[in-house]
Design a protein around this ligand. Sequence first.
Ligand code: COA
Length: 215
Amino acid sequence: MSQAQSRSCGPVQAGRTRTAVEVTVGRPPELLRLPGGLWLCRRRSTHAVALNRAVRANLDHLRPWLEWAAEAPTRAQTAELTRAGSAAWEAGTDFMYLAGLDAEPGGVIGALGLHGRIGPGALEIGYWVAAGHVGRGIATAAAGALTEAALALPGITRVEIHCDRANTASAAVPRKLGYRLDRITDAAVRAPGETGRQLVWIKERPPVGTVGICR
Ligand SMILES: CC(C)(COP(=O)(O)OP(=O)(O)OC[C@H]1O[C@@H](n2cnc3c(N)ncnc32)[C@H](O)[C@@H]1OP(=O)(O)O)[C@@H](O)C(=O)NCCC(=O)NCCS
């Protein structure tokens, strides 16, 4: 649910807060290096042109599941989005990332976000991966790294991933990361592929003193 343009500003879905609140006094890493030359970096205004190009090149792939992909964003809109994202990072309400590959310098192959919109003590992860890079484990690796980064933040004990029941590719990501399916809720249909039945996946920080107990 990233680039998270309108999702965090759109109509409130069940369990989501409208007002962005600082959910942690900490900040996640600005750069995460993952196996295979995959990296996640804090999204900045300097990325606006590359991000706009990547989104426009993937609209057909994103449109069924992401309401903000209904229209092709202008460069000015993406520039404004990245400015707002930087302010949200400083405010500690949302942490937006771009994904890329060492093998493709300057290219954006996806985007992810940690969103403080599901109440205190929790962050929701959103994501998209460019059509030309799907099915290679990129969303799973990236969401896995952000799950760990989120649960390492002060005051964050829960991470959630929400996806529509029909979005089987997306549902495979929290499943593979060992999230538990907490509930299935009714949700506003906001993109053409959606059914209005939303899967809510949850991962919690293990209680203190239990980490490593089974190792
Ligand atoms: C969902 C999305 C992020 C997955 O990205 P990805 O990098 O391909 O994901 P991964 O490769 O890590 O894992 C995807 C899993 O879904 C499976 N998958 C991929 N396409 C699938 C499909 N159409 N139906 C069912 N499963 C599918 C893959 O097989 C893989 O599972 P496996 O590793 O067990 O084989 C990507 O398809 C996307 O950006 N979609 C459009 C935007 C979107 O839906 N965002 C999420 C909104 S909730």
